[in-house]
Design a protein around this ligand. Structure first.
Ligand code: 5GP
Ligand code: ZN
Length: 111
């Protein structure tokens, strides 16, 4: 996935300061934060979006959610919202699945 920006960050081709770095998951601060705390939880495996996940990725899916829990713990248990855009039509601009972790202020209710 040479043209994928997040794969380049994962491989080190693009240098980036991570918030968390495990065997399977990388967490970055979003370069254009939409909340006081805005992390991107990124699997190291290239998967375009949640529609690309298969049974073999179920542990990874759980790990991504538990990473969000850990990020909250690192911020004194802060309330947070997870947002995942799956498809260009709904706002996905980077075609490597990532969870937006948003926190630090009252977020507008979506529903
Ligand atoms: P999407 O619209 O695909 O759900 O979200 C992509 C997010 O990635 C955006 O919030 C954008 O600000 C962020 N982003 C794009 N390029 C980079 C980058 O090179 N580094 C970091 N840390 N964030 C990026
Ligand atoms: Zn990628």
């Amino acid at each position: 996935m040479e043209e994928c920006i997040f794969c380049k960050v994962v491989s080190g081709d693009i240098s980036s300061k991570s918030v968390m770095d495990t065997d399977n998951v990388l967490v970055l601060k979003d370069i254009a934060p939409k909340a006081p705390i805005h992390y991107l939880i990124i699997p190291k495996k290239h998967l375009q979006d949640l529609r690309s996940f298969e049974d073999i990725d179920s542990n990874l899916a759980g790990e991504l959610l538990l990473t969000a829990q850990k990020l909250s713990e690192l911020n004194d248990g802060i309330p947070f919202r997870i947002l995942i855009n799956n498809g260009h039509e709904v706002g996905q601009r980077v075609n490597h699945v990532h969870l937006h972790f948003l926190a630090g202020k009252e977020l507008p209710e979506l529903f």
